[in-house]
Design a protein around this ligand. Structure first.
Ligand SMILES: Cc1cc2nc3c(=O)[nH]c(=O)nc-3n(C[C@H](O)[C@H](O)[C@H](O)COP(=O)(O)O)c2cc1C
Length: 203
C-alpha cells in the first residue's frame, strides 16, 4: 500500500512530524510512504518578513505535490500548522483544487488522517484537525485518528501535543520548541496505525 504524507510547514515543526509519520508508516510490511509539500502561496517578501526563508531551506528538497498524485495513494496523511484555529491557507488552497477529484469520487474509500502544530498548547490543534476532517469526509475518505492505544497522549508529567484526533506538536510563540520525543512517537504511531488499517483495506 502507498501512503502519501502531504504537508505544509513554515518553520519546520510539521516537517519533522511528517518525517516521523513516514517512518512509522514504513514499519508496516509492504507499506510505502512518500513525503510531499503543498505549494507555497505567499510571496517571497512576505515569507522573508515572517522569517521563513532560512527555515524552509531544510525541506526544500521535498517534492511539491500535485492534486493528480492523490488518486494514486491508498492513504493520505495531511500535516498542517494551525492558523487561527484552522488549517493553513496553503493547505486550504491545495484542497480547494481537488474539485475534479471530488466530482469523480477519486478519493472515495481512501484512508485520510491529519496531524497539526500550533504555537500554544490550547491554540487550536484539535479544532484544526477536526475541521480538516470535514473536507476528508466530503471527499468520501475514511478518517483515522490517534487512538488512546498510543498511551503517550495520557501523559501529564510534561506538556505534550497529541489527542485522539491526531498527533500534534507545540511550537512555542517564537517557534523555539521542537517536537518532543513523545510528540514524535505519536506521529510515528499515527503513521503506523494508518498504514496498518490501509493494508487491511487494500488486501
Ligand atoms: C497567521 C498565523 C496564524 C496562527 N494562528 C495560530 C493559532 O491560532 N494558534 C496557535 O497556537 N498558533 C498559531 N500560529 C502559530 C503556528 O501554528 C506555528 O507557527 C506553527 O505551528 C509552526 O509549525 P511549522 O514550523 O511547521 O510552520 C499562527 C501563525 C501564523 C503565521
Amino acid at each position: 500500500m502507498k501512503a502519501l504524507i502531504v504537508y505544509y510547514s513554515m518553520y519546520g515543526h510539521i516537517h519533522r512530524m511528517a518525517e516521523a509519520v513516514a517512518s512509522g508508516a514504513r514499519e508496516v510490511p509492504g507499506a510505502e510512504a512518500v513525503l510531499r509539500r503543498v505549494p507555497e502561496t505567499l510571496p517571497q517578501e512576505v515569507l522573508q518578513k515572517m522569517g521563513a526563508i532560512e527555515a524552509q531551506k531544510a525541506f526544500a528538497h521535498i517534492p511539491v505535490c500535485t492534486v493528480d498524485e492523490l488518486p494514486g495513494a491508498d492513504a493520505i496523511i495531511f500535516g498542517t500548522p494551525t492558523r487561527f484555529g484552522n488549517m493553513c491557507g496553503q493547505m486550504r488552497q491545495f484542497l480547494d483544487a481537488t474539485g475534479q477529484l471530488w466530482a469523480k469520487g477519486a478519493l472515495v474509500g481512501k484512508v485520510g488522517s491529519v496531524f497539526a502544530s500550533s504555537a500554544t498548547q490550547h491554540g487550536g490543534q484539535e479544532s484544526t484537525i477536526l475541521s480538516f476532517h470535514i473536507t476528508l469526509l466530503h471527499q468520501g475518505m475514511i478518517v483515522v485518528g490517534l487512538p488512546y492505544a498510543f498511551a503517550g497522549q495520557m501523559r501529564i508529567d510534561e506538556i505534550t501535543g497529541g489527542s485522539p484526533y491526531g498527533a500534534s506538536t507545540i511550537a512555542g510563540g517564537k517557534g523555539e520548541r521542537l517536537p518532543s520525543e513523545n510528540e514524535l512517537s505519536a506521529a510515528r504511531y499515527q503513521g503506523r496505525h494508518v498504514a496498518t488499517i490501509t493494508s487491511k483495506l487494500v488486501r
